[in-house]
Write a protein that binds this ligand. Structure first.
Ligand SMILES: [Zn+2]
Length: 313
């Protein structure tokens, strides 16, 4: 595997993967360390996922889930519910675990915590304290798997943003669809980037990364790309990662819009490893390096330099 020395991109200094899921039920810590090393990723941002594995076991939540399925004319609602339950039970990744991974490999790993805004305020405050104590430097929010609407949880989201403002932490916000039933846009509409305008406007000092650039969707790739760009055009604290949507760097229609509307200084490389796309980390980076339509300078920014700036390194 040659990462340095590709024709035309031989000088790329640093690769930072801004979106990695160290989900213990999917990948062991040994395998994660090995893959990051194999891909010659200099730094990997590890995301906790504070999702409630029992959420869909509750009577009320499972009934409303099933009702929404029925509205979609989905043929097998119970199977959808089972799949969604399985995802929640599989993907939980605690703040402590991420903190522990960072402690064991501080040169390579950067830790981002997570807090579930569907829980009550005292839970949210406890989690924020935990994130602070563990020294995690950002917070991941995912309205699909955490089942919240950003504008209906104003008290808790404002508490999270105020915390980030005070402590100098950033937010990574999932945008776009998600696997399984969340491939249905109606299940994922809470992850439309336009719902975040209130917060990025009010909390100008909090840097917010729109994960997947509003675009992830198998059925409708680029589903809320324009909404994501629009936020980026208006607010300088908005960033993007291209995890699970590497085609944004390879297809003319996206590249031209980014060139024209926001430029590349806020776009970050991310992989979503090991959960999306069926790529190994090394092969994904190779793909981006060989197939992107970006100039060498812009590619270098996306692969690492922009992240260094956001991380203050
Ligand atoms: Zn992800």
């Amino acid at each position: 595997m040659i990462l340095y020395g590709f024709e035309g991109v031989g000088t790329i200094a640093e690769v930072i993967d801004f979106h990695v899921h160290p989900i213990p039920k999917i990948i062991s810590r040994e395998e994660l360390v090995k893959e990051v090393g194999r891909a010659r990723v200099d730094k990997a941002v590890l995301l906790a996922l504070d999702i409630d594995e029992y959420y869909l076991d509750g009577e009320y939540s499972s009934m409303s889930f099933l009702q929404e399925c029925v509205q979609l004319n989905s043929l097998n609602c119970l199977k959808c519910l089972e799949d969604a339950r399985k995802i929640l039970k599989t993907c939980y990744t605690s703040n402590e675990y991420v903190g522990d991974l960072v402690r064991s490999n501080p040169e390579r790993f950067i830790g981002v915590g997570s807090v579930n805004p569907s829980k009550n305020m005292s839970y949210v405050k406890e989690k924020l304290k935990e994130i602070e104590k563990l020294g995690l430097i950002g917070i991941k929010l995912i309205p699909t798997l955490q089942f919240f609407n950003p504008l209906r949880e104003k008290n808790k989201l404002e508490a999270i943003f105020e915390f980030c403002e005070r402590e100098g932490k950033f937010i990574i916000f999932h945008t776009g669809c998600d696997p399984s039933i969340w491939e249905e846009p109606s299940f994922s509409e809470n992850a439309n980037p336009s719902l975040l305008e209130y917060y990025v406007k009010k909390f100008k000092n909090v840097q917010v990364v729109l994960a997947h650039m509003g675009s992830y969707s198998l059925k409708y790739p680029g589903i809320w790309f324009d909404e994501a760009l629009q936020l980026g055009r208006k607010y300088s604290n908005v960033w993007f990662d291209i995890s699970a949507v590497p085609y944004i760097l390879m297809e003319k229609k996206y590249v031209e819009k980014i060139d024209r509307d926001i430029g590349w200084s806020k776009v970050l490389f991310g992989s979503d490893y090991p959960v999306a796309g069926g790529y190994g980390l090394a092969s994904l980076i190779e793909l981006v390096k060989t197939k992107s339509l970006l100039s060498e300078k812009n590619l270098e920014s996306v692969l690492g330099l922009n992240a260094l700036k956001l991380l203050g390194l």
